[in-house]
Design a protein around this ligand. Structure first.
Ligand SMILES: N[C@@H](CCC(=O)N[C@@H](CS)C(=O)NCC(=O)O)C(=O)O
Length: 377
């Protein structure tokens, strides 16, 4: 059985688990802190999830992990066969993975009920081996997550309204698609569904405040989350052959938000800056941490674009918004991320999305947990 190291409320662990269940791949969910040494030695970084395959090899990062699993099997893939639709689906996976992270963290850590729930789960999962009262552990966990991923990721008085509108817009856009079909690209789950499961399942669908909003405003999305957790055993069904209006609306949103963020992040990385600002749909975000990992995400999308022939590029371009989307094909404007230069992903050494000091919190916690355990043995 494969070993998945993660958390039962984590964004990307939920995405991976939904996929493993869909493919009926048995797995064991294990604690990250208990196995931190093995994870760092095997995969390169502590992040949720990291997977150890049955043959002992380590893989990280859900995007290349899902691609690798699909490449091992025959039959209909979760990646559309049509090259243009395939490209669009990879762009939407990246949008869902990276752009919806900020609103997901905001809803979890800025609202009392939500942070009470999440801090309790994480304190029990990650810090139960440590000395001290549970309320203190929950407090530490809340400060860490809020300072790092909410306040530290540009959520402020100025941007809060836009961050929340971004989540509500995602509900609205997915709801409109699910009015047309049971899954986002057709009669069966595709990589776009797994991408959106990250935020919609473990955060928006489970955290009290956004879950209530989802039930009120996007009941089809709420039902789709459950359908994705237990998809039909029958794996047949068609994926769409062309982009329809609701999908086109979702693509417009991805161009105006995620692609602008990827561009500004890469520009700052090239200039050697640790932080940057961006204007998204008229909202000014300031002091965001530069992510080297996301420079790599942009490189991957540009590479997929280069793999398309001229006809497919023209078809895709008809559904994208310019100038925002031109970063996908313009002459290389940025320096290289230098991440995974050999193209080994998911078997390369992982890096955290944000490499700020908070990343070391996990390492420190797990060291303490293990030191205490050794001490008591
Ligand atoms: N790109 C990675 C991202 C994994 C990731 O960032 N996971 C989060 C939790 S959902 C994490 O471990 N963050 C590091 C931290 O909180 O220190 C993936 O798709 O698996």
């Amino acid at each position: 059985m494969i070993r998945v190291y993660g958390s039962r409320i984590s964004y990307y662990t939920g995405k991976l688990e939904a996929y493993l269940r869909y493919r009926q791949i048995d797995y064991q969910l294990l604690s990250m802190v208990e196995y931190a040494d093995e994870i760092i030695a095997g995969a390169g970084a502590l992040q949720a999830p990291v997977v150890q395959l049955e043959d002992g090899r380590w893989v990280s990062d859900t995007t290349p992990i899902l691609a690798w699993f699909e490449a091992q099997r025959e039959g209909p893939s979760i990646y559309p066969h049509d090259p243009a639709i395939r490209f669009i689906s990879l762009l939407l996976e990246d949008h869902a993975d990276e752009w919806l992270w900020r609103p997901a963290m905001h809803y979890r850590w800025s609202f009392t009920q939500d942070r009470q729930h999440a801090s309790g789960v994480l304190a029990d999962e990650l810090m139960s081996g440590l000395h001290g009262p549970r309320f203190a552990k929950r407090f530490v966990m809340t400060r860490r997550q809020y300072n790092g991923f909410v306040k530290g990721d540009g959520v402020s008085k100025t941007t809060r309204g836009h961050v929340e509108a971004t989540a509500m817009r995602a509900y609205e856009l997915l709801e409109a698609i699910l009015e047309e079909r049971p899954f986002l690209l057709g009669d069966r789950p595709s990589i776009v569904d797994f991408g959106f499961m990250a935020s919609m399942f473990r955060h928006f669908g489970q955290d009290p405040t956004p879950a209530e909003l989802m039930r009120q405003r996007a009941p089809r999305v709420f039902a789709w989350v459950a359908r994705m957790w237990e998809p039909p055993a029958e794996k047949g069904g068609q994926l769409i052959a062309d982009v329809d209006e609701p999908l086109s609306d979702l693509l417009r949103e991805a161009c105006q938000t995620h692609l602008v963020q990827l561009t500004e992040n890469a520009r700052a990385h090239t200039a050697g800056k640790p932080r940057f600002g961006q204007d998204i749909q008229g909202c000014c975000y300031e002091d965001l941490p530069v992510s080297r990992y996301r420079v790599w995400c942009l490189e991957q999308l540009r590479r997929h674009w280069q793999d398309l022939d001229a006809g497919a590029q023209a078809r895709v371009r008809g559904h994208l918004v310019e100038p925002e989307a031109s970063v996908l094909w313009e002459e290389e404007p940025f320096t290289n991320s230098g991440y995974d230069p050999e193209g080994l992903a998911p078997f390369n050494r992982a890096i955290n999305v944000f490499q700020h000091p908070l990343s070391r919190f996990m390492d420190a916690t797990s060291r303490l947990v293990r030191r205490r355990r050794t001490h008591h043995q």
